[in-house]
Write a protein that binds this ligand. Structure first.
Ligand code: DOR
Ligand code: ZN
Length: 398
């Protein structure tokens, strides 16, 4: 698809620019002033900011098997509405993503829906058994596989995690860690996260594996990741909008890892400022009302992520919008090896038009996700997604 965007206030991780963007056959072809091209669709972006679309390192679309909570179509629509054109999907579906069939099913379904680009993670252990990693052999020649994870449960057995890291290193896969020592989950969720963070950082150092820490939420874990990075460790990490935007004094909403304290949020902000934190991962986790009543952890995140992050980071914490673009587009695209994330010639024509001055009140009734589980209901933020463009095609318009 080809598209010309005129009069845009362009912002990405590398800088700001006032002008036009030309997308030809899905790829950014030219950036400049007064670009003209006959016979293609034109969008006048005057008054809006144009950024690279967002990329999510962490989402749950629940298909196959749990499609009453979300499916690939509703999840893709929620992503598009939130300004996202790329997501990395977790493997805790039913069946779990441990076989080529399930992974191929998700990839094909996502292509059929055709709204966003999807990376499906494979489980670290077979069906989350915690012991066997033999199924990973069947992905040896899978060129599309980027990351393996047991997100939702984690890998308790340290020797199994070490073997998985060795295998991942050999295969050029990222190991994504849901850091939760289950033996501490009922005792102390802070120790549960910190112990596993420290273990996985150590195992990654020993094995040389490429590690990505999911939903980092504590001051101690941020500090441990900073230390590892300073020592040259091969690690990246994500933080969620809810661990930035909520603290225990304002919300007790159930999510794993749990909502933390003010000091933890401050550590996340410091980590963002000094480069310890690489990206925002929403941990979009749709559940039915009944499942939430029965204690299911998690919340939806794709449709509210930009407003929360823009308000909390840029407006309230003096972080530049270029840094926000790095966190939501450039770095996650690099981590997931997608040709996206900055507005430069040769990158995918994936953009988002946002209105930074618009105040929005979060209303779950407007969500296109099947999940309405949010603790942000009624909260007010700045910044609204007006249009999302993927490969030069408008996939969401307000
Ligand atoms: O709160 C959470 N919900 N944390 C997880 O790790 C899993 C997720 C889910 O799948 O619902
Ligand atoms: Zn998780």
């Amino acid at each position: 698809m080809s598209l010309l965007i005129k009069n845009a206030n362009v912002i990405d991780a590398n800088g700001n620019f006032q002008g036009d963007i030309l997308i030809i056959d899905g790829i950014i072809n030219q950036i400049g002033k007064e670009i003209n091209k006959e016979g293609i669709e034109v969008i006048d972006a005057k008054g809006y900011t144009v950024m690279p679309s967002f990329i999510d390192t962490h989402a749950h679309f629940r298909e196959p098997g749990l499609t009453h909570k979300e499916d690939i179509e509703s999840g893709s629509k929620a992503a598009a509405k939130g300004g996202y054109t790329g997501v990395c999907l977790m493997g805790n579906t039913n069946p779990i993503c441990s076989t080529k069939e399930v992974v191929e099913y998700v990839r094909n379904r996502a292509k059929e829906v055709g709204l966003i680009d999807v990376h499906q993670c494979v489980s670290i252990t077979e069906n989350f058994c915690g012991k066997s990693i033999e199924h990973l052999e069947s992905f040896n020649d899978d060129k599309e596989l980027v990351a393996i994870t047991d997100d939702g449960v984690g890998v308790m057995d340290s020797s199994v995690m070490m073997k998985a890291m060795e295998k991942a290193k050999e295969s050029n896969w990222i190991v994504m860690s849901h850091a939760e020592d289950k033996t501490f989950s009922k005792i102390d969720m802070r120790i549960a996260e910190d112990l596993m963070t420290i273990r996985d950082l150590y195992l990654a150092k020993v094995t040389g594996a490429r590690l990505h820490m999911a939903h980092v939420s504590t001051v101690e874990s941020i500090n441990a990741i900073r230390r590892t990075k300073n020592e040259g460790g091969n690690v990246t990490c994500e933080v969620t909008p809810h661990h930035i935007g909520l603290t225990t004094d304002i919300s007790s909403y159930r999510v794993n890892p749990p909502i933390r304290e003010k000091e933890d949020v401050n550590a996340i902000i410091e980590g963002i400022k000094d480069g310890t934190v690489d990206c925002i991962g929403t941990d979009h986790a749709p559940h039915t009302e009944e499942d939430k009543k029965n204690g299911a952890p998690g919340m939806v995140g794709l449709e509210t992520s930009f407003s929360i992050c823009y308000t909390e980071l840029v407006k309230n914490n003096n972080i530049s919008i270029n840094k926000l673009s790095e966190l939501m587009s450039k770095n996650p695209a690099n981590i997931l090896r997608m040709n996206k994330g900055t507005i430069s010639v040769g990158k995918d024509g994936d953009l988002v038009l946002v209105d930074l001055n618009k105040e929005v009140t979060i209303d779950k009734e407007t969500f296109v996700s099947k999940g309405k589980n949010t603790p942000f209901q009624g909260r007010k933020y700045f910044g609204e997604v007006i249009k999302t463009i993927r490969g030069g095609k408008v996939i969401y318009s307000k």
